[in-house]
Structure formats: C-alpha cells, structure tokens
Design a protein around this ligand. Structure first.
Ligand SMILES: [Zn+2]
Length: 260
C-alpha cells in the first residue's frame, strides 16, 4: 500500500469533512486524526477520546480494506465514519447506528447500512482465541480460555467451576473447541465510545465486548459458551453473579445479530 494511496484517502476524508461542516455547522475539518492502523474484521472506525480538554476525534482506516475495495471505502466507509464523528460532536443528530446516524450518513452520501452491503472484503480477523474442552468428573463439559488452559496444563495454577466449585483437572482435557462457521460479522464499522455522564452503562460495556469478539471472528455460539467471556462480562460490567452476566451476554449477542 503506497504512501500516495494513503494521502489520496486522507484528501477524500478531508473533502467530506468540509462537506459535513457545511451541512451540520460542525468544525470537523482539520481536527480529525486519520490513521491507517485499523486491524481485524473492520473497514474503519470512528472514535472520540474525551479525556483531554478538547475531545480528540479519530478516523481509523484498515489498510487491508483499502487495498481490497477502494470504491466502497471511499463511497460508503467515509460517510459512514464521518456520520459517527458528526454524532459525537452533535449528540442530537444521532447515536451508534440509530435512525439519526442513518440520516446523517445518507446526508453525506453513504448507504446508511452498518455492514458492507456493496463492499467486497475478505478481511483477516484479529486474533481468534482457541478455547479448550475439559470433561469433568461429574460428566459436564467445561471450556477454558487459552491462558487458563496453558496455566492448568503447566501446573502453575488451579481452577474450578465458579458455580459448582467442581475442580478442573489437567488430565480431563479432551481437545480444542472447533469454532462453528456462522454469523461472523465481517464488517462492523465503527465502535463509538458511549458516554453517559462520564460513566459507561453496563449494556454499552457488554455490547462493546460482544462487538470486539465478533469482529475477531468468534461466532455467537462460541461467545456464549465461553466461560472466560462470561467472567469477563461479570467483572467489566460489574454484575454480582455469573448467571446475570450470562443472560446479559446472551441478550446483547441476540440484539446485535438482529441488527445485522
Ligand atoms: Zn458505524
């Protein structure tokens, strides 16, 4: 991917930012950082960092997507991501992929779809973690994430099932989980950072985790059956029990699938 291609893309982003400024009265042009370090199964991503005095807006491009479908990256990804930037700046215009966002995106010449309807991509998914199956003494199958699996096999840590306290033994290992092939999100475009009074909601935390796992190429089934994921949801969203974390995880996976 040549420097020239990147420069040309930045030019086109800047043109569209000017257009957005004229349409919405924003002052995006000259304040948005465009980078080419996007990875995983996404074409691009719009982010806002509100930690500084002035929010820093970024437009992150996946260089692999640029190589695979320049036209869609220009015609649809630019309006798609800039619509998110407009929404970040003017919250009344829309949020996430709601109707307001769609209107904003279409006003900028985009399709208003969250997935690449016309794009032709085959993007490399980000790291896909392999989970490992254990057949416990009680006859139930339990899955461990790659880190815990490695530690258990090395004997550097001990684990048990959190709900039943049944021990998980290294010798009970029966093999890796074979990921079923369906419903992976090939093209989850932007991941806005939802902010509510400076504090993120539980739903937005769980949703972001699910989106991340899906864009990494994990299937809904593997996400829902991964005990490490349920633990992570409980800890990050601050749920008191794994059972609540699990139902929240299920709810969010279903919601995201319904949006596709
Ligand atoms: Zn988006």
């Amino acid at each position: 991917m040549s420097q020239q291609t990147h420069e040309r893309y930045v030019e086109l982003v800047n043109l569209k930012l000017r257009e957005a400024d004229e349409l919405f009265g924003t002052r995006l042009h000259g304040t948005v950082k465009v980078t080419f370090d996007g990875r995983g199964g996404i074409c691009g991503k719009a982010t806002v960092n509100r930690r500084g005095l002035v929010p820093q807006l970024s437009f992150i491009v996946n260089p692999e997507a640029l190589e695979q479908d320049w036209n869609d990256m220009v015609d649809d990804t630019i309006p798609h991501e800039i619509a998110h930037l407009v929404n970040f700046t003017l919250p009344r215009t829309g949020k996430n992929h709601d109707r307001g966002w769609k209107r904003t995106c279409q006003a900028l010449g985009g399709t208003g779809t969250r997935t690449a309807k016309q794009g032709n991509y085959n993007l490399t998914p980000a790291r896909v973690s392999t989970n490992h199956r254990y057949m416990l003494a009680s006859g139930t199958e339990h899955h461990l994430g790659p880190r815990r699996h490695a530690k258990l096999q090395k004997g550097t840590d001990k684990y048990s099932v959190s709900s039943t306290r049944e021990p998980i033994l290294a010798s009970q290992y029966i093999g890796p989980v074979t990921p079923p092939k369906l419903n992976t999100i090939k093209h989850a475009k932007a991941k806005p950072l939802p902010v509510r009074g400076g504090k993120r909601t539980k739903t937005s935390i769980v949703r972001d985790l699910v989106m991340r796992w899906m864009t990494e190429g994990q299937t809904p089934e593997s996400i829902l059956t991964n005990p490490a994921h349920i633990d992570k949801v409980r800890v990050e969203a601050g749920y008191p029990h794994n059972s609540i974390a699990k139902s929240s995880l299920k709810h969010n996976v279903e919601k995201i699938l319904a949006e596709q």
